[in-house]
Design a protein around this ligand. Structure first.
Ligand SMILES: O=P(O)(O)OC[C@H]1O[C@H](O[C@H]2O[C@H](CO)[C@@H](O)[C@H](O)[C@H]2O)[C@H](O)[C@@H](O)[C@@H]1O
Length: 364
């Protein structure tokens, strides 16, 4: 391994000003590079910084996603158990519907681990008929969006319900009906794909990853259209570091892509500032609820990538994030549900409550 020294190079900032940054000496030529070259170099430095995180990612993948809270923080002696801070959304149901008084509930549902149980083979992650019926009924009464890391077509093949919004590829591929004229495309409703320029690159990196990882038994690469997933679930834990390193080495060739982490999965996606939180905001706007107090968004999800949406709700001080987890995890969600069967129960209660309140108002 070469022992590379850092040297100072010039960073041309967005403002047009310059500042000094540290970079490996091999990049010292940067002083004579154009602003565009320097931008690329900075993006590469970001990727390499990310690369050093590989071991940390493998460790945290072992510890689940989002990060589990150690048991000492949650045992009986603890005066602030996790569940007190993130009570069951079923127990808090009355509070949730009370908060919706005079507001439109909008439902956001993650797919894997929320509507379908986590299984070994991503192609077999089917939702039950009962869950489909619960989602269909919820969507009859409340605008409903499926927000997923999956390719939009793939998740539609699992959910099979028309009339919903589908935000695939972590929100980089949004389709659905629209109330706001701004987002209507003819009669086709909303179609928003902020990363379309990355399609050829994602396709290329998908092929490179399939080739690179084929020697590792159990490794699976999934093309999610605007992002790619590399699955670790069926790989022997002893090979996780090797697989992660292979992913990193492929990614090194693509400074415009970044790595994120989910449940036993590494995800490769464009460096654009877009995630499930931005998708939630976009959909609220498309529904005509931008900057509105007349809406109560409820987002249910189980994974690290859902945290972006939980955070948006927390920052807006609007609606509720609900984390699906059996174990305490670091989260920005307000409430919790243990597993998809509880998600189904929550959705059913919401529908029953709505039917009852509509019945009441029609008899007044
Ligand atoms: O945003 P989501 O809908 O939660 O999608 C995130 C990833 O979900 C899928 O992987 C996860 O579920 C698989 C099936 O249960 C499981 O085998 C895998 O270990 C989980 O990470 C999906 O296959 C990925 O592409 C999504 O990015």
């Amino acid at each position: 391994m070469t022992n590379q020294q850092n040297v100072v190079v010039v960073d041309v900032m967005k403002s047009g000003g310059v500042r000094n940054i540290l970079a490996p000496s091999s990049m010292a030529v940067a002083k004579s590079l154009s602003p565009q070259d320097i931008k690329m170099l900075l993006m590469r430095l970001e990727t390499e910084k990310g690369g050093t995180k590989i071991n940390a990612w493998v460790d945290s993948m072992r510890a689940s996603s989002p990060t589990r809270i150690r048991s000492s923080a949650t045992d009986d002696k603890n005066e602030n158990p996790w569940i007190d801070h993130h009570p069951s959304a079923l127990n808090m149901f009355e509070k949730i519907v009370a908060a919706s008084k005079g507001k439109q509930i909008v439902m956001f549902l993650d797919y894997d681990g929320t509507l379908s149980p986590i299984v070994e083979d991503p192609d077999q992650a089917f939702m039950t008929r009962e869950m489909r019926a619960a989602v269909r009924d919820v969507a009859r009464y409340f605008p409903t969006a499926i927000v997923t890391g999956r390719c939009r077509d793939k998740v539609y093949s699992f959910v099979k319900l028309a009339g919903l919004y589908y935000a695939g590829s972590h929100g980089m591929d949004i389709k659905g009906p629209s109330k706001s004229r701004k987002y209507k495309k003819g009669n086709q409703g909303v179609l928003f794909q902020p990363a379309s320029e990355f399609l050829p690159m994602i396709d290329e990196v998908y092929k490179a990853l399939v080739e690179k990882t084929k020697s590792i038994p159990g490794a699976k690469v999934e093309n999610n259209k605007f992002c790619v997933s590399v699955h670790f679930r069926c790989v022997d834990e002893k090979s996780w570091a090797v697989l992660a390193e292979q992913v990193r080495s492929v990614l090194n060739e693509y400074p415009k892509l970044k790595l994120t982490q989910g449940r036993k999965v590494l995800e490769i996606r464009p460096t654009i500032k877009w995630d499930k939180g931005r998708a939630l905001e976009f959909l609220l706007e498309a529904l005509g609820y931008a900057n509105s107090n007349d809406v109560l968004p409820v987002y249910i999800g189980d994974d690290r990538t859902d945290e972006d949406a939980f955070k948006v709700l927390r920052d807006r001080g609007q609606g509720f994030g609900i984390l699906v987890s059996k174990v305490p995890k670091e989260t920005n969600a307000s409430y919790s549900l243990q597993e998809p069967s509880e998600v189904k129960e929550f959705l059913r209660r919401l529908v029953d409550w709505k039917k009852l309140s509509l019945g009441r108002s029609s008899t007044i």
